[in-house]
Design a protein around this ligand. Structure first.
Ligand code: GDP
Length: 445
């Protein structure tokens, strides 16, 4: 259209500086960056806990918080104030649920964190999948109060934990929340810890990657500061939630692998930058002036300028693990969609595939059936065309070839055929859904 050709004229090409990005990156001492996803049963206190975290770490100021508190009290839901930190819309507030995926950031002295998801409502699973597929670790929030832990176990607690593990998340921090209503009982904490350790280990988390923190999001106990409740004295040596978060290892990002970035959003019509895409660099590096290839369309574009982690400052380059905005030129915007993959135009581009095998954990009965394949923001319709084998959970050895059906809770190798050719490669975390339910999740082989 006319608008598009105008944009293209306004955005002349720039010259690449041919920077050796990896060696530049190594010269800089920087804060560790980590992304995490928050999971758990409805009402476990996820939003409240994250709101508290943002508030205590000064990502939200006192005035804003006071305003939220007032508004919340006006409609008689004072305790929701923290959860509201995560919302913007007043409509959600009036209903008292957290709706949107909000990307929220906060920093400790050691690490800058991004919360990939602000959970809370029933359409949470697709959002969580998008978040979890980029997460370095997960925070599982559990309601410790009598009966609620148990009903959470029958609800989403286990499902979410299985799901994040099967899409490749290795570390999990369990926030044993609402300890204020569980009298800060050590016995209760230990009971929950025992049960959950057993379950999480059987779900495939290694014991060294599981930790537990007794806390109260509402009162702020053991979040940034230790709880001042005398009943919690038994934990006075234990780490707070923030201390646990800070233990996250610097993620080993594959800087020397080929460039991969899945587009999270496409922005059009900016004055300075008529066409931009945002997303996280999954591997490799990118620099201003570089030519990139957009898949599945196979169209090329040039990176005119870029920003890292939304600070708005133009940069010369970015590396894997960073959240970036790329300002593009030389491409028609019709070729850019959420879920598309950017790679280098000159080396190891990703290929479009119509078929793949994956090792998945079944959440439901699997048969040859229609499924939607989700990988982060990418989703595409297809079908499980063959149940190749069921596998032993621990060793991965074949248990039964060509089963007629795969039972929930079983690990299986399946062949998936896609309706459209899309950029997918091993090893990627994928989720299979059917009629709005997650039926399986796992890794492309
Ligand atoms: P979500 O659905 O997991 O996001 O849960 P919310 O954060 O919306 O919290 C659900 C309810 O539990 C709200 O009424 C909160 O005020 C309450 N709540 C959350 N955290 C705590 C806590 O640590 N202690 C107590 N007593 N209540 C809490």
């Amino acid at each position: 259209s006319g608008v598009q050709s105008l944009s293209l004229q306004e955005t002349p090409k720039v010259k690449s500086k041919n920077i050796d990005v990896i060696s530049e990156f190594k010269k800089i001492k920087r804060k560790n960056a980590a992304n995490f996803v928050v999971i758990g049963h409805v009402d476990a206190g996820k939003s409240t806990l994250m709101g508290r975290l943002l508030f205590d770490l000064k990502a939200v100021d006192q005035r804003t918080m006071d305003k939220y508190r007032k508004e919340a009290e006006t409609i008689g839901k004072g305790s929701f104030a923290f959860a509201w930190v995560l919302d913007q819309g007043t409509e959600e507030r009036a209903r008292g649920v957290t709706i949107d995926i909000a990307t929220n950031k906060f920093e400790t002295e050691k690490t800058s964190f991004t919360i990939l998801d602000a959970p809370g409502h029933r359409d949470f699973v697709p959002n969580m999948i998008a978040g979890a597929s980029q997460a370095d670790f997960a925070v599982l929030v559990i309601d410790a109060s009598t009966g609620n832990f148990e009903s959470g176990l029958r609800g989403q607690t286990k499902e979410h934990a299985l799901l994040v593990r099967s899409i490749g998340v290795q570390r999990i921090i369990v926030a044993v929340n609402k300890m204020d209503v569980a009298d800060w009982s050590q016995a209760r904490f230990e009971e929950i810890r025992q049960q959950m350790s057993g379950f999480l280990t059987s779900a495939g988390f290694q014991p060294k990657n599981i930790s537990f923190v007794p806390c109260s999001g509402l009162e702020g106990g053991n979040i940034l500061r230790r709880s001042s409740d005398p009943r919690s004295s038994w934990y006075h040596q234990g780490p707070t939630l923030v201390e646990e978060l800070d233990k996250s290892e610097p993620a080993t990002h594959a800087l020397d692998k080929p460039l991969r970035m899945t587009i999270g959003d496409v922005f059009r019509g900016g004055v300075q930058n008529p066409l931009s895409v945002s997303g996280r660099l999954e591997s490799g590096t990118v620099q201003t002036g570089e030519q990139v290839l957009v898949m599945p369309s196979g169209e090329k574009a040039q990176v005119r300028s870029l920003q890292v982690d939304d600070d708005g400052e133009p940069r010369d380059w970015a590396v894997a693990g960073q959240n970036v905005v790329l300002n593009l030129t030389d491409i028609d915007p019709v070729h850019l969609k959420t879920g598309d993959v950017l790679c280098s135009a000159s080396s190891s581009p990703i290929r479009n595939v119509r078929e793949f095998t994956a090792k998945v954990l079944a959440f439901d009965h699997l048969t040859p059936m229609a499924v939607d394949v989700h990988k982060g923001r990418l989703h595409v319709p297809g079908r499980i065309s063959q149940l190749v084998a069921t596998l032993d959970k621990a060793s991965g050895a074949v248990v039964k070839k060509r089963p007629k059906i795969v039972q929930p809770g079983t690990v299986a190798r399946v062949l998936v055929r896609l309706d459209d050719a899309v950029p997918l490669e091993a090893p990627s975390r994928v989720v299979l859904r059917s009629n709005g339910d997650t039926v399986a999740a796992g890794l492309i082989e």
